[in-house]
Design a protein around this ligand. Structure first.
Ligand code: FAD
Length: 478
């Protein structure tokens, strides 16, 4: 058997994609009216912030729906969007290889088609889970094959309503200085930290010199840990991945400590990956959504099994349940940690302490945070489900748009949608992940289209009433 030459196989795939897009192009007429911006330009129909998997998929989907004045902006360099080749350290994705989403229903646009074009059907069968960097390569191919309008190196720093809330003014920081763009709608697809952040806890950062403390979700080269005794706090997937990456890069040991008495052995998120749950979590009553997320947070989420197995098989790795860090001290030469009745000496420590949802932490969300409803504004849980962290999640509508805290004060919020971790209480626990994209991306696309269509509803009515809709020539009357 001869291997398929990679370049020509991908060229064939590009042709298949073009053909499939043509086949499913219905309906083709343009329908979104241009709207003038205050600076004399035509406003974008939609500005998508973030060119990760979601931003690209939303752009592709909006274009198929003939929303054409779109632009995707990303702070990162081309090819380095999202976590995949920056701070993600697992060897393969954590979710099953069969997931779909970016393809928006087109087989030729799927990861599987891209993989099989290069490795054949046997290559697909032989693969257990999608290699992490292959996922980034696929996203790069997707962007290029669809010729998506992406501008890299632009960081959104502000988003405000103008023209009485009919338009949004977006402020960007770019290498060429500040820039301004007007748009009729905006989707913030800014990733796992996009509605808050990850940071090293203050008590850790203050106790230890900056070059000896890192966050598992920050980009750093694990080679800086060569020869070191590394302490990791937190037993989520990223904690395990960072411990394994440190050992692979030559760290002397990696001790992973966590507060719970044992690792969570269950992962109901996998169970939720069925067509009913993924599509209709959004339709559940608030009380059920809250209870679901509260329970998921209480159960916790351990690493995927392959990650766990890899860690336990790596010499130098040790797991310490029931070991919160009660004290941490820099002696001038090493870091002394005490917790759970144990004492450790480390050369470097890693916070694998997860991410927060808090709109106030994101400068680009300042105007949104001032007006948007949070879950704490809309729902009071029973005392046994009290959870201030969940209360800070934005209360989104079923298509992913922010809603007003005080009705009638900030209607412009219906122009701003988000798919970040903060969206998960409203839209579904895995809605912001690869495994939820198949259902969430079409919902957001519908949200943008709804806003644009309702904006021009009066003009559409006038066209209906006053337009020339002749289909037949008038009959000749004898
Ligand atoms: C380490 C890690 C591993 C994960 N592994 C899996 C997995 O295996 N399976 C799974 O289902 N899910 C996984 N997830 C969850 C989820 O799928 C990912 O977070 C995924 O990257 C989300 O895609 P996204 O497009 O929403 O955001 P991202 O891929 O993070 O892209 C967001 C983009 O927004 C840009 N951006 C952010 N702020 C701004 C701004 N102000 N202005 C301009 N650009 C901005 C960033 O530069 C980034 O490129 C993982 C998450 C992490 C953090």
């Amino acid at each position: 058997m001869h291997p398929i030459p990679r370049a020509s196989a991908l060229d064939d795939l590009r042709s298949r994609i073009r053909r499939d897009l043509e086949t499913l192009a219905y309906p083709t007429p343009a329908w979104v009216e241009p709207v003038a911006a205050p600076d004399g330009t035509v406003a974008l129909d939609c500005a998508v912030i973030g060119a990760g998997q979601y931003g690209l998929t939303l752009a592709a989907g909006l274009r198929r729906e003939r929303v054409e004045r779109i632009e995707v902006f990303d702070a990162a360099e081309p090819g380095r969007e999202g976590p995949w080749v920056t701070f993600a350290r697992m060897s393969m994705l954590r979710t099953p290889k069969t997931l779909t989403g970016p393809d928006l229903g087109l087989p030729s646009l799927s990861f599987r088609a891209w993989w099989e074009a290069q490795h054949g059907a046997e290559g697909w069968e032989a693969m257990f889970r999608i290699p992490r960097t292959a996922w980034m390569d696929y996203l790069n191919f997707y962007r290029e094959a669809l010729d998506l309008p992406v501008t890299n190196g632009w960081r959104l720093t502000s988003l405000e309503p103008v023209e009485g809330g009919a338009l949004l003014r977006l402020g960007f920081e770019t290498t060429a200085g500040p820039r301004r763009v007007f748009a009729r709608s905006c989707v913030l697809a800014t990733g796992a930290a996009g509605s808050g952040g990850f940071s090293i806890p203050d008590w850790m950062a203050q106790a230890v010199p900056a070059d000896r403390v890192h966050h598992a979700n920050h980009a750093f080269d694990p080679a800086i840990l060569r020869g070191m005794r590394v302490g990791v706090l937190g037993a989520g997937a990223s904690g395990f991945d960072t411990a394994v990456a440190a050992l692979a890069a030559g760290a002397r040991s990696a001790d992973l400590c966590f507060r719970r008495p044992a690792l969570p052995l269950t992962n109901p998120r996998r169970w939720m990956e069925n067509a009913g749950y993924l599509a209709h979590y959004v339709d559940l009553p608030d009380a059920r959504k809250w209870a679901t997320m509260h329970r998921l947070l209480s159960i916790g989420q351990g690493p995927p099994k392959p990650t766990y197995d890899a860690a336990l098989a790596t010499p130098g790795f040790a797991l310490h349940p029931a070991t919160p860090w009660d004290s941490i001290r820099w002696t001038g030469g090493e870091i002394l940690v005490e917790g759970g009745g144990r004492r450790f000496a480390f050369d470097a420590v890693i916070a694998a302490t997860g991410m927060r949802v808090d709109l106030a932490e994101r400068p680009e969300m300042a105007a949104i945070a001032a007006e948007a409803a949070l879950w704490s504004d809309r729902y009071a849980p029973p005392p046994e489900e009290a959870n201030p962290a969940l209360g800070r999640f934005p209360y989104l509508d079923r298509l992913g748009a922010f809603t007003e805290r005080e009705v009638g004060r900030a209607l412009w919020l219906s122009r701003v949608l988000t798919i970040t971790r903060g969206a998960t209480l409203s839209l579904g626990p895995v809605s912001a992940s690869n495994s939820g994209m198949k259902y969430t991306a079409p919902r957001l696309i519908e949200g943008v289209k709804r806003r644009l269509f309702l904006d021009q509803e009066a003009a559409t009515w006038r066209d209906f009433i006053g337009g020339d809709h002749t289909e037949l020539a008038r009959e000749a009357v004898a």
